[in-house]
Write a protein that binds this ligand. Sequence first.
Ligand code: PEP
Ligand code: MN
Length: 361
Amino acid sequence: MTSKIEFKPFFPEKNKRAYWIAGPCSAESEEQVLETARGLASAKIDLFRAGIWKPRTRPNSFEGIGTEGLSWLQKVKSETGLNVCTEVANTAHVEACLKHNIDVLWIGARTTVSPFAVQEIADALEGSGVKVLIKNPINPDLKLWVGAVERIAKSGIENIGVIHRGFSSFEKNKYRNQPRWQIAIDLKREFPDITMICDSSHISGNRQFLEEVSQKALDLNYDGIMMEVHPDPDNALSDAQQQITPGTFAEIKSRLKYRPSGIDNADFKESLASLRFQIDEIDDEIISLMNSRMVIVDEIGSYKKRNNISILQTKRWNEILERCVTKGSELGLTPEFISNLLKAVHQESINRQHDILKRED
Ligand code: PEP
Ligand code: MN
């Protein structure tokens, strides 16, 4: 079901060009903040970001410079003309930001998970008219993300956008946070007009992936990109591996291609990119299920070897074929397709078991 919330376009040229948010993970010193902002102003970004209060997993890491950093953001604004944004997690943060005329506030991934915290922020925002960006929660729960948007909207904020920064996962993966693009696409289904930004830095976790992640987001009709930029990335006090210099940012930005969708946002779910994306997700799942199947096939191979049983068990193979063809027909898949598919899988299983019989002598 699509929600009735009306959002004001987060920035005027939505659907015509991409929107760029960049700046350091953390504000570390006035000079670092201003140097980054000068570089990014020449790269023509739309919004400057810097974390002042940092939600860190462990207590002894750098937890942000605090309220003092807000005056550095004000200097960025007066010196470069850039709008500025920072993360807020409680009433005191919101009040301090409103006092310092911060243009946009963002709610971080660790805050979106807590309806209490989001409600507290929503209450503090009431009547302010400030713009708010809401990151996805760290866990892949679409409803928490939707709920946070609804809470902020209920407090009367009309300029709401969302930031997709990926989801944490226990397993080691290529990216620091799993994109799970489908969840962002589902959020877009819920709120077709909402502005959707991709935080490529927190998805990637490493600067080498920033460009591919950003391009994928733009191909999926995202409205913009957020990246972490630092004058000396390797020595940044937080998220060093994923930060880049303003110069590298400008190069990546110039290579990224934004293609206006040419269709209403309401049609987003029908867009080719979104459908193709869903196909890729399903193919990934099929491949990983095939792998799980082959792991079991190998176990059976070793068992057959130990018990001196032949590989091909015709009766069992016929049963598999029959069962799957029937199941497929119920779903409208032709017997020909299912048996061809299974024959390929079966052949691979026989080959693997054959190798095991040879190997384990
Ligand atoms: C950040 O943007 O620096 C940050 C802390 O992000 P997240 O809430 O996505 O982890
Ligand atoms: Mn960061």
